[in-house]
Design a protein around this ligand. Structure first.
Ligand code: UT7
Length: 321
């Protein structure tokens, strides 16, 4: 017994930021960003909080699931950029929804939604008759250095949600972590502690990334995770209906698809318009494709992501809505 996806939802900020606009802020160009990443524009929070986005995504997912707030048994949010260090985004969302179930956040960076699916599967193993709201949400615009061209052009903000209910449609999941801070990190603040002397306290609270190292890790680790999850589920590659990969760079996605020898049309993307929304990427993509009527019942969907940690995950799910 695992779970089934009852419904999906997603939400984006209203503000569109184009590559042209960024090229007025930092030394970059539409041509560079498009050709190196595949990104044309991204959505960035201006008036919205991350809780607003998570709330909108959750409402849509509940509606799509024909599920009432009162039926929820658990809320899990995957995020690295909640509005508060505490309380969690999940608790802020629970309050906004008027739900009464337990709620917590978890951090596996951009792989958070995949880790969240695995945590949810554990809850279903213990109690098959329940409903869980899983949200992937990030506002990376609060973590990037808007004066650093090598990172600020890559990210966007957004939230994606699923309501999970009793079922057996998670065929397998494969997670890994290879603890290594240097390739991708955001230092936390020591506040105004008069006692803390270490060098980290001088670091700015912005995202730092070794792009090329993360690129290499991304391709290798996603390919490996997908191959392992297929093996675990006993599913041949040819049976995959769609691959929904983390949306970090179109060149990473293309390289992974080539190595997996999958037909390109089976790989779904939205990076051109959304950029990298971190833990929200795969959840937003899933919702957009659900709403576009892309999936047939019985379709096998492979979700995969990688991110800071360094973390990786892949899952194989049967669409059965
Ligand atoms: O969720 C996970 C998050 N992160 C990722 O997945 C990132 C993975 N890595 C990547 O996507 C790519 O490595 C990047 C898009 C970050 C960079 O692309 P690249 O092809 O690896 O470029 P590069 O780092 O080798 O830089 C090439 C040149 C450099 O100039 P020089 O040294 O050749 O003169 C950079 O300074 O491009 C320069 N550059 C830029 N130029 C214009 C870096 N960023 C920009 C920019 N606009 N925004």
């Amino acid at each position: 017994m695992s779970f089934t996806i009852l419904g999906t939802g997603s939400a984006l900020p209203g503000r569109i930021v184009t590559n042209e606009e960024l090229s007025c802020m930092v030394d970059t160009s539409d041509e560079w960003i498009r050709s190196r990443t595949g990104i044309r524009q991204r959505r960035v929070c201006s008036g919205e909080s991350l809780t607003d986005l998570a709330y909108q995504a959750a409402l849509l997912a509940l509606e799509d699931s024909c599920c009432e707030v009162g039926e929820l048994d658990l809320i899990i949010c995957a995020t690295v950029s909640a509005d508060y260090v505490l309380p969690s985004l999940a608790c802020a969302l629970q309050a906004r929804l008027g739900a009464h179930c337990p709620a917590f956040d978890m951090n596996a960076a951009c792989t958070g939604f995949l880790y969240g699916l695995d945590i949810a599967a554990g809850y279903f193993a213990r109690n098959p008759q329940q409903k869980i709201l899983l949200v992937g949400a990030d506002a990376m615009s609060r973590l990037v250095d808007w004066q650093e061209r090598s990172t600020c052009v890559l990210f966007g903000d957004g939230a994606g949600a699923v309501v999970l209910g009793p079922g057996n449609d998670l065929l397998a999941i494969e997670l890994s972590a290879q603890g290594d801070i240097a390739p991708l990190y955001v230092p936390n603040s020591w506040g105004n502690s008069p006692f803390h002397q270490a060098e980290e306290s001088q670091k700015k609270p912005y995202l730092v990334m070794d792009g090329q190292e993360v690129f290499r890790f991304a391709v290798t680790s996603m390919v490996q995770a997908v191959e392992q999850v297929l093996h675990k589920a006993g599913v041949r590659k040819e049976r995959i209906a769609y691959l929904l990969p983390h949306q970090a760079n179109i060149r990473i996605i293309d390289a992974a698809v080539n190595r997996l020898k999958l037909p390109r049309e089976k790989c779904l993307t939205n990076i051109a318009l959304r950029g990298n929304t971190s833990a929200a990427c795969v959840a937003i993509l899933l919702d957009e494709q659900n709403r576009a009527g892309r999936f047939q019942n019985g379709d096998l969907l492979v979700l995969t992501a990688f991110g800071g940690g360094l973390t990786t995950g892949a899952s194989i799910l049967r669409w059965n809505k």
